[in-house]
Each structure stands twice: as C-alpha cells, then as structure tokens.
Design a protein around this ligand. Structure first.
Ligand SMILES: *[C@@H]1O[C@H](CO)[C@@H](O)[C@H](O)[C@H]1NC(C)=O
Ligand SMILES: *[C@@H]1O[C@H](CO)[C@@H](O)[C@H](O)[C@H]1NC(C)=O
Ligand SMILES: *[C@@H]1O[C@H](CO)[C@@H](O)[C@H](O)[C@H]1NC(C)=O
Ligand SMILES: *[C@@H]1O[C@H](CO)[C@@H](O)[C@H](O)[C@H]1NC(C)=O
Length: 418
C-alpha cells in the first residue's frame, strides 16, 4: 500500500476548474487504474449468499439515467451504505423512508450533474447507464478512526480527517454487482425482460456522509457531500473507467492518458492530450507551449488547528518567477473570520466562496500573489534564495467544528511569455 496524491478532477484540461483540489489518499495496490468491465471478480473471495446481510434476488435497481441496452453500455450502479430503515421487529417507529429517499435523490443529482450539458461526462453520456440500489444497513452513517459501523459495506474513514473512505466488505459489493448481471440473464418473461433490463459493470459505493471523501478503484467510493460529491465522483470514476493517473505534480501516479513525460529537449507538440486544450487554435497549429513554474511548497499537514497554529518555512526561487499562487484546503472552517493566514508576518486576505459559507466540509482557497515572493540580493546584486514563513491560525475553534488544515501549496510562475 502506498501513498498517492489524488486531486479532484480527472483530466489535466486547460481549465482552471481542474487541479485545485488535492488530497492525499492511501490507495490499494494497483487496483486503481483498470477498466471496469475487464475487471473480473474471480480474485475476490465471494461470500456465500448466506453470509450476506441482504438477499441477492431482492436487489432492485432504480434507473437514474438509462441511455441504452445494458449489453452494450457501461452500467454504473450506486449502492448506498450506512442507510437505515425502521427496526420493525422492536416496533420502534422511525422515519423509515427518509434515508432511502435521500440516497436516491443524491444519486440522481450526482448523475444529472455529471451528464448535464457541460458536465464532465456529457460527451459520453450515450454510452453510460446509471442505476441506484438501496440496501438498508443496521446503523446510519459511516465509521471513523479505522472502525466501520454495522453497515452493509462497512465504509469508514481511517481517521477523522476528510480524506479517504475505505470499505470493509468488497466481496459483498462484488456479489451485489454480479447479482444484477445474473438477474438480467435469468429473466424469462420477454416483456418483463425488456422493462427490467439492467446490469452492473462498475459499482459505486455512496456513503451516507455529508463530507468530502472517496477512493478510486473497484468499487469506487464517494460520499453524499453536497459541496464535493460531484468532483470526487468524476475524479474517482476517471481512475476507475479509463487509464488516467493524477493530474498534478508531487504524487507518483503520473501516467495514463493525461500524462506527458516531456524532457526539456522534447517538443511540446508531442503532448498526447493536446486535443483537450481549450485553445482550439493550439490544437491544430501546435502552439502548445511549456510554461515555467516552481513548486515551492506542497504539503499535506492534515493538522488540527484547535489548539495551535501551523507554520511552514520555505524558500522561494531566485527571482526568476515574478508571480505566485498560494492554494490551501481546510475543513471545519465555515467563515473566513475563523482563520488567520499570514505570509512573512503579513496578513493574507482571502474569502471563502459564498457557496461554502456556513459549511464544515472541506474547501479550497486560491490566492494569487501577484507580486510574487520577494527574493533578496547579495552584495554583488545577485538574487538569492529567500526564506519565507506561512502561518495558519484558527481564531474560532470548538470540538464541534474541529478546524483542520488539509493541504498547502505555493507555486511560483514565470512571466507571461514563459
Ligand atoms: C449488525 O447488526 C445485525 C442485525 O442486528 C446483527 O445480527 C450483527 O451481529 C451486527 N454485527 C455486528 C458486527 O455488530
Ligand atoms: C486540544 O486541547 C484539548 C484540551 O487540552 C485536548 O483535549 C485536545 O485533545 C487537544 N486537541 C488537539 C488536536 O491537540
Ligand atoms: C487586508 O485587509 C485589511 C483589512 O480589510 C486591509 O487593511 C489590508 O490592506 C489588506 N491587505 C492586503 C494585502 O490587501
Ligand atoms: C534560509 O534558511 C536556511 C535554514 O534555516 C538557512 O541556512 C539559510 O541561510 C537561510 N537563507 C537566507 C537567505 O536567509
């Protein structure tokens, strides 16, 4: 098991919406980047159906977006985890339908966003079918600190931070997915078959949890975070369905259709993803160019700011990079007044997006440092590396909010012509 940096978009497109969201997630072996349909389940120890906390023949896929015959479409199926129904045995009256309804609503809205015009999967929507299968769990929500709750698929966070979400029972997911495929082939009645045709090429575990998190691979794991669910879904599905690595520096998973191992002497025209450039002219004429930058800081502190500040000392370049960008991600910070950020003892002003205000979920902040980072000069006037200090201090902390600094980057950039 290694450590890999995952960020929140699938492809390194020439859009700014990509690449700001980075998180550090332990991924399991090589399971991440494989083509869903070619993944056999035979390597997984299948539970016998009597060990399963659900009945395979009772699974009911609800169609969310059906664009064609499952035999020649990629069928993606959400399975909810940590969703409860009433305990009828004890006779207690609970709000039984709401967790099911919420799951179906979340799954529908994730799907609609992905497939809508301009959505990440809009260009391939005709090739995809989406389904949702509700299976109740004994407990609501997912585990933390490495301990699953009593839920169908046993989803849990390894700690408390908003980062990876793992599963305890992959064999149950495999059995459920397989069952949807065999239900299809077992249907006898022609009319019913035409109506009930469904399949499962790739399962997506949707955690009943409102905060950022997920995992690539089979099964793909995401959460019902209203703020971050869609970007995590498109990123993780990207890993799962197509051979796409990460889109940023600093992790080892730099490979796949979005990677370009350019040496300084190779022509930028050889980048394999130039057809994705938003600059249409550049695609045809080869105006692709390399842009200079220097990563001065790339850190994943996952630091709880409740009781103390977090400080990063770093060196900037020798003045060859006139501008820079400070980018960080935080959680448990619903308002910018709850966090002080300073660079070399100067207050750094920032605002949280309107959309984030009031939320404790993870969010990203980007601050252009238009003056760049100052560098010093020595006696002979030569520029020197300069030391800098970044400091993050929570002004409002409580056990309820748990302010956390997740990631910090400082990237220096060249002039407009570089
Ligand atoms: C989970 O709940 C079920 C149903 O109440 C129970 O039979 C089972 O023992 C529980 N499992 C664990 C690990 O607590
Ligand atoms: C902060 O201080 C409180 C009280 O001393 C302590 O219980 C808590 O564990 C501390 N939190 C961290 C993240 O150090
Ligand atoms: C940051 O905001 C404060 C208060 O609004 C203001 O006085 C200060 O000039 C700002 N600093 C920068 C670098 O914009
Ligand atoms: C930067 O810090 C390092 C280590 O703390 C020190 O050795 C170096 O002299 C400092 N550089 C400058 C330009 O102050």
């Amino acid at each position: 098991m290694g450590t890999i940096f995952i960020s929140s978009c699938i492809l390194l497109l020439a859009t700014q919406s990509c690449a700001y969201a980075s998180r550090q997630v332990p991924l399991r072996q090589a399971e991440t980047i494989q083509v869903g349909q070619e993944l056999g389940w035979e390597t997984l120890p299948l539970s016998s159906s009597k060990d399963l906390p659900f009945k395979l023949h009772e699974l009911e896929p609800v169609p969310l977006a059906v664009n064609g015959d499952p035999d020649n479409r990629v069928d993606l199926v959400y399975f909810g985890d940590g969703l409860r129904i009433a305990n009828l045995v004890s006779g207690s009256v609970q709000d039984t339908t709401s967790e099911r309804d919420k799951f179906l609503h979340d799954a529908q809205s994730l799907t609609d966003t992905l497939l809508s015009p301009g959505g990440a999967f809009a260009p391939v929507r005709d090739l995809l079918n989406f389904w949702a299968v509700f299976i109740p769990s004994e407990e609501s929500g997912i585990g933390t600190h490495g301990v699953p709750k009593n839920t169908t698929f046993g989803l849990y966070r390894p700690g408390e931070e908003l980062r990876a979400v793992f599963y305890a029972y992959p064999e149950r997911v495999a059995a459920a997915c397989e069952a949807l495929n065999s239900q299809r082939s077992n249907l006898q009645d022609g009319v019913r078959k035409a109506k009930a045709k469904h399949g499962c090429d790739e399962p997506i575990l949707l955690a009943n949890d409102g905060f950022y998190g997920g995992l690539g691979g089979t099964p793909t794991v995401i959460t019902a975070s209203p703020k971050n669910g869609v970007q995590v879904l498109r990123h993780e599905i990207g890993h799962t369905l197509i051979p796409v690595g990460e889109e940023y520096d600093g992790g080892y998973a730099y490979f796949g259709v979005n990677a370009a191992e350019l040496q300084t002497n190779t022509s930028p025209q050889t980048v394999p993803w130039k057809h994705w450039l938003s600059d249409v002219e550049a695609r045809g004429t080869g105006r692709v160019r390399l842009e200079n930058s220097r990563v001065a800081v790339q850190a994943y502190p996952w630091f709880d700011l409740s009781n103390s500040s977090f400080t990063i000392n770093f060196e900037s370049g020798k003045g060859e990079y006139p501008t820079a960008l400070l980018r960080f991600s935080i959680s448990g910070i619903p308002d910018e007044n709850h966090l002080d950020v300073s660079l070399d003892d100067q207050r750094v002003n920032f605002t949280l997006s309107k959309d984030h205000r009031g939320s404790l979920d993870r969010t990203w902040v980007q601050i252009p440092l238009t003056e760049g980072l100052t560098s010093s000069t020595d006696k002979s006037g030569l520029r020197q590396l300069a030391n800098h200090t970044l400091e993050f201090t929570a002004r409002v902390a409580s056990s309820a909010t748990r302010p956390m600094l997740s990631s910090v980057e400082v990237i220096e950039y060249g002039t407009e012509d570089k």
